[in-house]
Design a protein around this ligand. Structure first.
Ligand SMILES: Nc1ncnc2c1ncn2[C@@H]1O[C@H](COP(=O)(O)OP(=O)(O)OP(=O)(O)O)[C@@H](O)[C@H]1O
Ligand code: SF4
Ligand SMILES: [Mg+2]
Length: 371
């Protein structure tokens, strides 16, 4: 059984200007002890997914779908159970987390807090655990007595990682854990997280906009665009040869480790991501896609098989025969009796494949639910 299974997750934020559909039918799975990287441009919904996993979204968020942690649906948990699951079942290192340490409390007391709150230790045991945790993240135990301002940015982020590991969680969610740090420290922190998680049986969801970083640290990669997963597969294979034009642009936009040519001439992506409240018809990537075809305006692609253990939400991964079988107009037959988008969508869910259990989809949102 997967450690984490996210199924058809939808999140919409209510705002004064109307609803913002930030996450639109995301599904993925993480096997015990494995690492899934989630990449995508700013605003594609990465943090919204991360926060939804532990029900940390604001009250303005409307959430539906399933988040199964060891088979138990987090979205349906009672408050007491949810409290127990946070930290002990799964913990999160937030985007910019190092700024969220409380300035007036010693670092050690802040790391000890979840250990004490979850009733796992006496104060003396909690102090010992804090010392162990600090050493695990490469800080001397005496740093427990320091205040946050006495630590560097990298040291503060190490303290946050210690806090996330404090209750021995089975899943760690790391949302851009290194964005605010300089490049050398970023590499150290990522290596640290990798070392702590690898071989420990802890599963990890690592979020970044940088595909190259994820390809180096994760087993599998999910690429998000406009609130959906548009590509999923083994990390190195996706990075080296993305099947979705957006995944390809994203991996070309950053230097490849060890490849001086890609460092000299990174190819950026033209244009901006779409406004989630005003998405184009058909494929949401169409206005920026260098390979768009007429039929891309008619079909909202879902994750289709795109190679061994891989899926991609792009009509180009379908052979003409496959496209017809799925109700998608084959190339050059757009508008000539090809199926309506709804038919293309309806054909997909039964045929989803890939390592992630029931990956991504374009199914309609479940009935409204406020959490
Ligand atoms: N509290 C909120 N209220 C309304 N809209 C929100 C809220 N939080 C996020 N959004 C919108 O939801 C979409 C997804 O945001 P999210 O923060 O999940 O993106 P992200 O992929 O994590 O981006 P980044 O890489 O910049 O961190 C964006 O359009 C964002 O403006
Ligand atoms: S479906 Fe069409 S527009 Fe979308 S990514 Fe594929 S080729 Fe580009
Ligand atoms: Mg974010």
């Amino acid at each position: 059984m997967n450690h984490l299974d996210v199924r058809d997750l939808h999140v919409a934020y209510r705002t004064a200007a109307g609803e913002v559909p930030a996450v639109r039918g995301v599904s993925f799975g993480i096997a015990p002890g494995s690492k899934l990287g989630v990449a995508g441009e700013s605003g594609c919904g990465k943090s919204t997914v991360a926060l939804a996993l532990l029900r940390l979204l604001p009250a303005t968020a409307r959430v539906s779908g399933q988040v199964l942690l060891d088979g138990e649906d987090v979205l349906g948990m009672r408050w007491g159970r949810l409290r127990a699951v946070r930290w002990a079942g799964a913990s999160i290192v937030f985007q910019g987390a190092m700024h969220s340490l409380n300035a007036v409390h010693r670092v050690g007391d802040q790391i000890a807090e979840p250990v004490l709150v979850h009733g796992q230790a006496t104060p003396a045991q909690a102090r010992r655990r804090v010392g162990e945790l600090l050493e695990q993240v490469g800080l001397p135990a005496w740093r427990a007595r320091s205040y946050p301002h006495e630590l560097s940015g990298g040291q503060r982020q190490r303290a946050m990682i210690a806090m996330a590991l404090a209750c021995r969680p089975r899943l760690v969610i790391a949302d851009e854990p290194t964005t605010a740090l300089d490049v050398m420290i970023q590499a150290q922190i990522l290596r640290l997280i990798d070392d702590l998680v690898t071989g420990s049986g802890i599963s990890m969801l690592m979020i970044s906009h940088d595909l190259s970083v994820l390809a180096d640290t994760c087993d599998r990669l999910a690429v998000m665009y406009a609130g959906r997963v548009v590509e999923e597969g083994p990390a190195r294979a996706v990075f080296a040869g993305a099947r979705h034009p957006y995944g390809a642009a994203l991996s070309a936009a950053f230097p490849r480790v060890g490849d001086p040519a890609s460092r000299r001439a990174p190819r950026g992506l033209p244009g901006d991501p779409p406004d989630p409240a005003d998405l184009p018809a058909g494929c949401a990537f169409r206005p920026r896609c260098p390979q768009a075809q007429d039929r891309c305006a008619e079909v909202a692609p879902v994750l289709w098989p795109a190679g061994p253990d891989r899926t991609a939400a792009c009509v180009r991964v379908l052979s003409a025969e496959d496209a017809r079988a799925r109700g998608v107009p084959p190339p050059g037959e757009s508008g000539e009796g090809g199926a309506a988008p709804a038919a293309a969508q309806a054909a997909a869910p039964a045929e989803r494949t890939g390592g992630a259990d029931d990956p991504g989809g374009d199914r309609a949102p479940e009935p409204e639910e406020t959490r």
